[in-house]
Design a binder for this molecule. Sequence first.
Ligand code: BGC
Length: 505
Amino acid sequence: MILFGLMFMTFCFKVSISQCNMEPQCQVRQFPNGFSFGTSTSSYQIEGAWDADGKTENIWDHMTHSRPYLIRDGSTGDIADNSYYMYKRDVEMLRELGVDIYRFSLSWTRILPTSFPDKINEAGVEYYNNLINELLMYNIEPVVTVFHWDLPQKLQELGGWANPYIVEWYADYARTVFTLFGDRVKYWITINEPHQVCHYSYGNSFLAPALDIKGVPEYLCAKNLLLAHATAYHIYDQDFRPEQNGKIFISCSAQWYEPLTESDAEAADEANQFEWKQYSHPIFSKTGDFPPAMKKRIAARSAEQGFFRSRLPEFTQDEIECIRGSSDIFGLNHYFSYYVNRNDSVNGYYESPSFNDDLSVFYTLLPEWNLGESDYMKSVPWGFYKLLTEIREEYGNPTVFITENGFPTRGGLDDDVRITYFTEYLSAMLDAMEEGSDVRSYSAWSLMDNFEWSSGFTEKFGLYEVDHNSPLRTRTPRKSAYFMGEIFRTHKLTRCLNNTQTPYL
Ligand code: BGC
């Protein structure tokens, strides 16, 4: 790791702006050789063409059509960014940005309209072949997410991720796409953000299918999803890797949970265990299985509530072994952090049973973390540093790919807040890397504005603005596109502090 640290060149220079009487201090930091930069998107959020050329309904099509009130502006992804027809412009933008990689996802029902591998939709396959080939023509490495939330509606009606057969259904789909595209795709992400898939979709109504049945299905989903991921990993490892020679991993969303006071250390530790280690502990820890605090707290609450067994299902020893070690890389989506505390008033505060009641902590976001207009997204770069440090220390320093990180605005091309956010987060990431964290790739969310789930088109994460009122879905680079393009091309980050700013740590 010392050698790794020496690969960095960090130097400072001073520029003086006398008329403002400010002396910004600028630090230029170099990313290591081989580090890759890119941007991320997902199929439902950008493709549109929701029923074109044989594609069938997925849970987002179904929910946005049948329950539009669950989306802030009542919108749908029917057309979204129209990328199904505009992929060449998307690749052109990636070239403008100078990326090394592009992370996008496959739509299950565009490839398998029956949900199963009995019928392959040639038009859907052709779309992804065109996109992959266009990327490769310009030396852009495709990083492909097999599943980014758009489950076939038919499988949802059969219980979706709460039905143990999903392990087979998902594995068949994964095998199909490895066969179709694996000659050219060398980086596979099995599943995007398991916690969001299970907690926000089954235990709440923020994401499709918005079941909002708390305390049981979200844990069934967690077990089945981990098994599905691991099964796909082993299929790739045994049947495809010897010839195709790629990497396969899962991308977990992890925010950082910091104790509000010294006496909240246990509460914060348990928040980290419930909120993200629920998925990383089974895969990356030495022992495998769900994290100990989760098992203990849910078993105790379940018994108090009169359940005959813990609402958190158990894994068999074989299942624990199948999941443990089933990811070549730690895929990390990170956005912000919370302070966490616990006191007696939490008892009875959350609906019971529920994930939140099982964990029983309060979350605090500080007003000074506000940046721009988003009401939920904050800027807490030191949390990113702490999270990366925790991953390094807890899991034996796995290779990490940042598969998402970004900040929303409400629109406009002058997005200085996004530039500030990226500067501070990249700087925090470099600090963790200098201390040994093996981060090798960073993808900004997102290439362009897109359908932001329950926020519809109201939250805009794009380096490129997309005009959703124009039939052409015109894309225009924001200030942040130029800023990030410079970093992507030079592999250098320039961070300036003037006398009104303080460093993030
Ligand atoms: C998801 C993206 C989403 C982003 C911003 C992540 O949770 O993977 O699909 O758009 O966050 O909210």
